[in-house]
Design a protein around this ligand. Structure first.
Ligand SMILES: NC(=O)c1ccc[n+]([C@@H]2O[C@H](COP(=O)([O-])OP(=O)(O)OC[C@H]3O[C@@H](n4cnc5c(N)ncnc54)[C@H](OP(=O)(O)O)[C@@H]3O)[C@@H](O)[C@H]2O)c1
Length: 253
């Protein structure tokens, strides 16, 4: 049964960054099981442990922290999309980094080294817009969607997330609005999701104290985030544009 909103003769395709772990990994599983072709991007080579079909052919090894690596990856992605009439149904900008200091402590606005700040912005902020601009024609051809993964830290000071991370996510939220205005007239929707405390390796020790104050009293699961990303890329959300959906168990109420 075709559970996607697309015709069976047109297998929908997404490009997903940060696919190797956490939220990205759950997102590959969600879209693959719904019949999508998923082109994954991360610094790691494809792992044979991953069970999905066409894995190695649909994986792009790229360091989003390097403008050169990213610029080299875009033509490779375009080449892979030729098999789908150069149509891209969704771009999910999920990869993100949240560096700490050498003792694992939060890097604040006084002590974040400028090169760290720049790398964080390259991965968390510049890579999403470079990819979206680079794949604009393919997104337009499919009347596709972009989902940017922001964070609860983009709208309030977080005890563990550093300043560079928080400001990069705030900038990505603002970019989502700008892109929604600029890409919308071309039939491309652009939205964001802002996770709270989701059970992945990005969490810091001490998160259990935060969980005690979250109305739902638990961490979020990666699957729950993947479901919302899927919603924003599929038919039930075709009039949702420029939104940022908070997935945080009520942490900010
Ligand atoms: N988990 C949470 O509670 C939470 C909360 C708010 C927001 N978020 C956001 O959600 C997104 C996913 O988070 P997560 O918790 O799933 O993170 P994660 O488990 O740390 O995974 C991060 C992913 O990003 C990729 N990545 C990191 N640097 C990269 C680079 N330079 N080039 C290419 N890929 C790179 C990693 O792949 P490789 O290492 O294989 O390259 C990995 O697949 C991030 O944007 C994060 O900021 C997470």
């Amino acid at each position: 049964m075709n559970s996607t909103p697309f015709k069976t003769d047109e297998r929908p395709t997404i490009v997903l960054t940060g696919a190797s772990r956490g939220i990205g990994h759950a997102t590959v599983k969600k879209f693959s099981s719904a019949g999508y072709r998923v082109i994954t991007c991360s610094r790691q080579p494809f792992s044979d442990k991953c069970p999905w079909p066409s894995g190695p052919e649909d994986h792009i090894e790229v360091d989003l922290g390097s403008p050169e690596s990213l610029n080299a990856a875009i033509p490779l992605i375009k080449e892979r999309l030729k098999a789908n009439d150069s149509k891209l149904h969704a771009l999910v900008n999920n990869a993100g980094i949240s560096p700490k200091d050498s003792d694992g402590q939060r890097l604040d606005s006084r002590n974040t080294p400028m090169d760290t700040w720049q790398t964080v912005f390259q991965v968390n902020f510049f890579a999403p817009i470079i990819l979206a601009r680079g794949l604009f024609d393919e997104l337009k051809a499919a009347q596709g969607a972009v989902v940017n993964v922001t964070s609860i830290a983009g709208s309030r000071v977080h005890p563990f997330a550093g300043t560079a991370y928080a400001t990069s996510k705030a900038a990505l939220a603002a970019l989502t609005r700008e892109m929604a205005a600029d890409f919308g007239p071309h039939g491309i929707r652009v939205n964001a999701i802002a996770p709270g405390e989701i059970d992945t390796s990005i969490l810091s020790p001490g998160t259990e104290k935060i969980v005690e104050t979250i109305p739902l009293r638990r961490l979020g699961a990666t699957k729950e985030v993947a479901e919302t990303i899927y919603f924003l890329c599929s038919a039930p959300s075709t009039y949702v544009n420029g939104a940022e959906i908070h997935i945080n168990g009520g942490q900010h109420v």
